[in-house]
Design a protein around this ligand. Structure first.
Ligand code: GLV
Length: 329
C-alpha cells in the first residue's frame, strides 16, 4: 500500500504549463485540471475538501460558500492581477491568504490595449474581412478612411501600472494624454508618462481614444453607461482591456450602432464568454476573447509568480503579493 504523501496537498484549478506543475510538484502533492474543465462552485468545493492551497484563474469563483467548505485551505493564489473572482472578505474571515500577480503583465496588457486602439482607429478587422471576402475590386482614393492616432488625445480611466504603461506608449505618437483616477499620480510619475489628471467629465468629453483600466467591483460596475457615452465625442473610440461590467454593453452597442461613437476595441464583456450578439453585427467593434496578458512569456511569468506566492504562503513566509495582510501572522 502506498504511504500517504507527507507533502501538503494543493489544487491547480485550470490548465497551466507543465513547467509550473513540475515546480509545484517539488513542494506539494498536486491535484491538477489539465483537462481544463471549468470547476465552478460545486467543483471547487469538491476538489478543495482536502487541500491547503489552490491556484485559481479569473474564471474560478472563490465565493464565501467555497471558502466555508474548504476547511483546510490556507492560501488562494490567483493567476491574474484582477481578483474580483475571489471573495476577499470571506478569505480574511476564514484566515485564508489571497494573492494576485501584479506587475508581470503590465506591458503585455498595455500592448493589447494599443493593438485594439490601432485596430479600431484604422478599421483593420473590417477591412481585412472585406478583402478576404473578395470585395476589393480596385484601389480607391476614398476607401476605408480611418482616424488618426498621432496628435490625438488619449484618455485613460484608471491610472495604475497598466494605465501608465499605456500612457508611455503614447509618447511616440505625439499624443496629448489625460487621465482620471480617484487621486492624481505623484508629479514624477505623471511626468514619466507625460499625462495630466482631469475630472471624469473632462476625460469623457475630451478623449479621442478612451482606454478603461479600472479594477472591477460593485463600485465600478457600469462606470461607462449611456450617460457617460453621451458625453463622448461621436468621433471617439472606446477601448476596454480591464473587465466586463465596467461598461454597460447594451448602452455601448446602441451608441456604436447609432454612430454616436465611432469605434470600440473590446477584450472583455459582461457575462463572458457569452458575448452580446449585438456586438457581432457591428463593423465598428473590434472584439478579442480576454487575451490582454496572453503572451507565452507573460502567462509563464504569471503562473510562476502565483507559484511563488503559494510556496511562500505554505512555508510560513509572507507571500509577495498578499492581498489581505491582516491574515498573515
Ligand atoms: C486578467 O484579466 C488579469 O486580471 O490578470
Amino acid at each position: 500500500m502506498n504511504k500517504p504523501s507527507a507533502k501538503p496537498h494543493i489544487l491547480v484549478a485550470r490548465k497551466v504549463f507543465p513547467e509550473v506543475l513540475e515546480r509545484l510538484g517539488g513542494h506539494f502533492e498536486v491535484d491538477h485540471n489539465q483537462a481544463d474543465v471549468i470547476l465552478g462552485v460545486a467543483g471547487l468545493k469538491a476538489r478543495l475538501a482536502d487541500k491547503v492551497g489552490v491556484l485559481t484563474a479569473a474564471t474560478d469563483p472563490v465565493t464565501a460558500e467555497v471558502i466555508e467548505a474548504a476547511t483546510s485551505l490556507k492560501a488562494v493564489c490567483n493567476l491574474a492581477v484582477g481578483y474580483n473572482n475571489i471573495d476577499l472578505a470571506a478569505c480574511s474571515q476564514a484566515g485564508v491568504m489571497a494573492t494576485n500577480t501584479p506587475g508581470v503583465l503590465d506591458d503585455t496588457t498595455a500592448d493589447l490595449a494599443w493593438a485594439l486602439l490601432m485596430a479600431s482607429a484604422r478599421r483593420l478587422p473590417a477591412a481585412e474581412r472585406w478583402l478576404r471576402k473578395g470585395d476589393w475590386r480596385g484601389w480607391e482614393f476614398i476607401q476605408w478612411l480611418g482616424t488618426d492616432v498621432h496628435h490625438a488625445t488619449l484618455g485613460i480611466l484608471g491610472m495604475g501600472r497598466i494605465g501608465q504603461a499605456v500612457a508611455r506608449r503614447a509618447l511616440g505618437f505625439d499624443m496629448r494624454v489625460i487621465y482620471h483616477n480617484r487621486s492624481p499620480l505623484p508629479p514624477d510619475q505623471e511626468a514619466a508618462c507625460g499625462a495630466n489628471w482631469v475630472d471624469k467629465e473632462s476625460l469623457l468629453r475630451e478623449s479621442d481614444f478612451l482606454v478603461l483600466l479600472l479594477p472591477y467591483s460593485p463600485a465600478t460596475h457600469h462606470s461607462i453607461g449611456a450617460a457617460e457615452l453621451a458625453l463622448m465625442k461621436p468621433t471617439a473610440h472606446l477601448i476596454n482591456v480591464a473587465r466586463g461590467g465596467i461598461v454597460g454593453d447594451a448602452a455601448l452597442i446602441a451608441a456604436l450602432r447609432e454612430r454616436r461613437l465611432r469605434g470600440a476595441g473590446l477584450d472583455v464583456f459582461e457575462g463572458e464568454p457569452t458575448v452580446n450578439p449585438g456586438f457581432l453585427e457591428l463593423d465598428n467593434a473590434v472584439l478579442t476573447p480576454h487575451i490582454g496578458s496572453s503572451s507565452r512569456a507573460t502567462r509563464m511569468a504569471m503562473a510562476m509568480r502565483a507559484a511563488d506566492n503559494l510556496i511562500a504562503a505554505l512555508s510560513g513566509q509572507r507571500p509577495p503579493d498578499l492581498l489581505n495582510p491582516e491574515v498573515f501572522r
